[in-house]
Write a protein that binds this ligand. Structure first.
Ligand SMILES: Cc1cc2nc3c(=O)[nH]c(=O)nc-3n(C[C@H](O)[C@H](O)[C@H](O)COP(=O)(O)OP(=O)(O)OC[C@H]3O[C@@H](n4cnc5c(N)ncnc54)[C@H](O)[C@@H]3O)c2cc1C
Length: 455
């Protein structure tokens, strides 16, 4: 229950139509794709920067928890409000305020869907590099808060490399701009990069200036199949060690291929592992680029190397890859979806470790993902209560190995509630202490997304 004076003040600040305490509405805004759930006591629908500012100020005055929300597609519980309070949905802030091709930037509100933005940019000959598989359903605000990425990150980077500046409201109730509208900038601390990946725990983002990239004129898709995951992982390291950077380098293990075949049929081959490799650029340079990555892809364990014969075949392969995430729910409603990262050269060791962990803990594990970044989605698929218990132990061992391989807990999904307990293993005490200091500075009363990220 929220105090009546608080609700009264909030209603005055936002207007009745931007606030709901209806239990049915609260139910809808209390869960996310992690399948965790916790009810907010109210849902706010800010429609502008000024609304967001008023919302944070009133919440701070009454010390009420405030959890920002895009479209709740995150997998870590980051948008669930475990302490109740107010959920702030940015679905009424979907304006693309400017597209500026001369300066290669776009200015957008946080509720714009990634897919809608990409479609609009396409008409101008540009794209924004972060391209999560959930692109049609997730928001730019959520992308920024999680430092989301996708297949293209191997060449073009994640949100951090593709955002110039932000307008935001800190947990103190102060609004501020950070970053630049230029392609260079050396003016003080980089608060833009700090806010990106902070999961709504430091400030609410109300506007973002995004760095655009011109769309490549042509793309070529290659498919390499391997005897086993080890030989495929060694091919990834070879591809990344040569000068042509692919614009996608995706990995699927045998179980992922079997699942994908159920979705897409025979276009997905039978093999121990598969790499999907894309190169992009000007049509004249594409053949040489494809040759360079093909040379690197060849080696021990290669079964076949094909260039997608046409756009339809390439599209079908991508559709199968993108359908993998939801398809796993058919194997296990309790899937544990990790997105660990290791240095690319350690990928062969990681895939060997994952195979060993699946055997030792006797669990189905599906691995696929952005191998060019050393980023694997390791999906543990327990089918009953005993397997769930084994999955917990297996997860612990997985993180242990990833850290030993000089990797990190998350490449793009973030920490949320799910991985918070492991943060003190991944980061040194001094680093964590500085992070707590930053949190204190931006949000001294701890009202923004409490219970997340920091242990
Ligand atoms: C099928 C599927 C495929 C996926 N594929 C990928 C992938 O390829 N790559 C990838 O990176 N992720 C992927 N994801 C995860 C997810 O889509 C991303 O994390 C996405 O960025 C979340 O966006 P959202 O709008 O749903 O945000 P939400 O889930 O609603 O929120 C995520 C976080 O952002 C915060 N937040 C939201 N808006 C703001 C704001 N305005 N200011 C401050 N904080 C805010 C929330 O508090 C929360 O901490 C996938 C998810 C699914 C379900």
């Amino acid at each position: 229950m929220l105090p009546a004076p608080f609700l009264h003040r909030l209603e005055q600040a936002l207007g009745k139509d931007k606030l709901s305490t209806d239990p049915a509405t609260c139910l809808v805004y209390g869960y996310d794709h992690s399948r965790r759930q916790s009810l907010p006591a109210a849902v706010a629908f800010p429609a502008s920067h000024e609304d967001t500012l008023a919302l944070v100020r009133v919440c701070r005055e009454f010390r009420i928890p405030l959890t920002a929300r895009g479209r709740a597609t995150n997998t870590t519980g980051a948008a669930v409000p475990p302490e109740g309070g107010v959920a702030a949905s940015f679905e009424r802030m979907q304006r693309i305020a400017a597209i500026d091709p001369d300066n290669r930037l776009a200015v957008v509100e946080p509720g714009v869907l990634n897919g809608d933005l990409q479609q609009t940019l396409r008409e101008h000959g540009f794209f924004w590099a972060p391209d999560p598989s959930s692109s049609p359903f997730c928001t730019v605000g959520g992308n920024l808060a999680c430092n989301a990425a996708g297949p293209r990150a191997v060449k073009y980077g994640s949100c951090r490399e593709n955002t110039l500046g932000l307008h935001a409201v800190a947990g103190t109730g102060e609004d501020f701009r950070c970053g630049v509208r230029t392609t260079k900038g050396a003016t003080g601390y980089d608060l833009t990069r700090l806010l990106i990946g902070s999961e709504g725990t430091l400030a609410l983002i109300t506007e973002a200036t995004l760095k655009l990239t011109p769309s490549p004129s042509a793309v070529r898709t290659l498919r390499a199949t391997y005897r086993d995951v080890g030989t495929a992982a060694r091919a990834v390291a070879r591809i990344m060690a040569q000068p042509v950077t692919p614009c996608a380098l995706e990995f699927m293990d045998r179980t992922a291929l079997d699942l994908a075949r159920r979705q897409a049929g025979d276009v997905v081959p039978e093999a121990g592992a598969m790499l999907m490799i894309e190169v992009d650029g000007e049509p004249g340079a594409l053949a040489d680029a494809a040759d360079a990555v093909s040379r690197a892809a060849r080696g021990e364990g290669l079964l076949a190397l094909h260039t997608a014969s046409d756009r339809d075949q390439a599209r079908a392969l991508w559709a199968a890859r993108k359908a993998l995430s939801p398809a796993q729910r058919s194997l296990s409603p309790h899937k544990i979806n990790e997105d660990v990262v290791v240095p690319v050269s350690r990928l062969p060791e990681l895939v060997a470790d994952i195979e060993r962990l699946a055997r030792v803990h006797d669990l189905p594990i599906v691995s696929f993902g952005h191998a060019g970044n050393g980023n694997l989605h390791v999906n543990l698929l327990p089918r009953d209560e005993t397997e769930r218990e084994r999955a917990t132990a297996c997860l612990d061992a997985l993180f242990e190995r990833v850290i030993a391989l000089q990797g990190t807990l998350s490449g793009e999904h973030g920490i949320g509630l799910a991985k918070r307990a492991f943060m003190s293993r991944a980061l040194e005490p001094a680093t964590l202490s500085l992070m707590h200091g930053i949190k204190q500075c931006f949000d001294p009363d701890g009202i923004l997304n409490p219970g997340k990220l920091l242990p």
